[in-house]
Design a protein around this ligand. Structure first.
Ligand SMILES: *Cc1c(COP(=O)(O)O)cnc(C)c1O
Length: 424
């Protein structure tokens, strides 16, 4: 596709975009004191609110008003199995079977619960492979699990770092590190998409290497779910977890997602921290003391979940479905992000450096560093925010831009680059 750097070209792209109407399914924040939409490039941090959300939430409030406790059973979308109504569409987003996914807890909590089951260190095989600059919560979770098992984090954490002067890890270096430490690694835990650089990891190659060496492999999909296509089941990933407030537009702090591969569902030897919501559904209410896990990802649930949050997730999943699913969205996303990359390179290549790798190695996010003599990256960020852009700043030196195919347009990309040019 040959792009042109003009608003008229962008508007033509928007006219041809079969998903352009999806923008009307969302509330777009307005620029302060103006009746004009913001350029919202922050869906990687907090996705916008679908218009369906308040309706779905209100349905549950009304059910509670009218039915009280009976809302668990005698109605449309009863609360008792409510999480089950989310499984099919969640599974499609990550390439899983519905029985392999469940909505529960928060992301970091799920990483912990997954490590309880899937980090089984022995005296010789006790190390965990992660990135040196993993999202801090992931680092803390891994480090504390290692300590919990009585090992030394300095010894047990193998940290992947980019080459000097580079921002991204190379696939061949990750695979070489796995080979080198294969006998000592108990677990590999990496992101599907890196939060800082926007780099997409080759999950399939990493999973193949892990299986070859009999190492358990889990992924943090906070920046991957709702952004790129995945095949967790086919790739043989052991477990994964993700939040739903970023690309999944389910509201701040909404309940997280979790994937457990089917091959683990009936393994009685796996340790797990159990709760009644993970217990066999037929006998849960007999209130007896022998725990029988449900033989699906649901067996890892602890508590009855917050229904209002699940209702928001259901609204979001229905919005994805209306757009034709992640495959359709990814097609648009590739073009949209390629267009933003084209505009930035065309107009501003002397002042910015895009650290996100190209093509298949990126999702919708582009991370840029500012090289300017008169302004710091942070000052440029503050200037574009003041001019009606919402994006985010990540220490030490990156502005993250996420044109989201559900609600961003090609015209947004041109408007954004105009603002950035002025601010530089
Ligand atoms: C957003 C994000 C988190 C946030 O964790 P919560 O438990 O949802 O607060 C953790 N890890 C990664 C990689 C993230 O991108």
């Amino acid at each position: 596709m040959v792009f042109e750097d003009s608003l008229s070209f962008a508007k033509k792209m928007d006219q041809q975009d079969t998903l352009a109407h999806m923008q009307d399914a969302f509330y777009i924040p307005k620029i302060k004191n103006r009746d004009e939409n913001e350029i919202y490039f922050c869906g990687n941090s907090l996705g916008l609110q679908p218009k369906l959300t308040s309706q779905y939430l209100n349905d549950e409030l009304i059910k509670w008003q009218k039915l009280g406790v009976k809302g668990h059973f005698d109605c449309e979308f009863p609360w008792m199995p409510y999480h089950e109504f989310l499984a099919e569409e969640s599974a499609k987003l990550v390439g899983a079977k519905p029985a392999e996914v469940v909505s529960m807890n928060s992301l970091t909590a799920n990483l912990h619960f997954m490590m309880v089951s899937f980090y089984q260190p022995t005296k010789t095989k006790f190390k965990i492979l992660l990135e040196e600059h993993a999202f801090p919560s992931d680092h803390y979770a891994v480090e504390s699990q290692i300590k919990f098992h009585g090992f030394e984090p300095d010894e047990a954490m193998i940290l992947l770092k980019p080459h000097n002067g580079e921002e991204c890890l190379k696939a061949e270096d990750i695979l070489a590190t796995i080979d080198k430490h294969a006998d000592e690694l108990a677990l590999i835990m990496l992101p599907g998409v890196q939060y800082y650089t926007g780099q997409v990891f080759d999950m399939q190659a990493i999973a193949d290497a892990a299986q070859h060496h009999d190492i358990t492999v889990g992924f943090d999909l906070a920046h991957a779910t709702g952004n790129i296509e995945m095949k967790l089941h086919d790739w043989g990933i052991d477990f994964a977890a993700w939040c739903t407030y970023k690309y999944l537009n389910s509201g701040p702090g909404s309940v997280a997602g979790c994937f457990v591969h089917e091959k683990h569902h009936d393994n009685p030897d796996l340790p797990r921290f159990a709760g009644w919501w993970g217990h066999d559904k037929d006998t849960r209410f007999k209130m007896e003391n022998n725990f029988i896990p449900i033989q699906s990802a649901e067996g890892w649930q602890l508590s009855n979940p917050p229904i209002l949050s699940l209702a928001a997730i259901r609204a979001s999943l229905d919005t994805f479905k209306k757009a034709g699913g992640i495959g359709e969205l990814r097609k648009k996303s590739k073009q949209l992000t390629a267009y933003l990359r084209f505009l930035l390179n065309n107009r501003l290549s002397d002042h910015i450096n895009i650290i996100t790798p190209d093509d298949e190695l990126s999702g919708c996010q582009l991370s840029i560093c500012i090289n300017s003599d008169n302004k710091s990256g942070k000052q440029v960020f503050e200037a574009i925010e003041a001019a009606g852009v919402t994006c985010d700043w990540r220490e030490p030196n990156v502005i993250r831009l996420a044109p989201v195919p559900l609600y961003n347009s090609f015209a947004d990309c041109v408007r954004f680059v105009d603002v950035l040019e002025d601010s530089l």
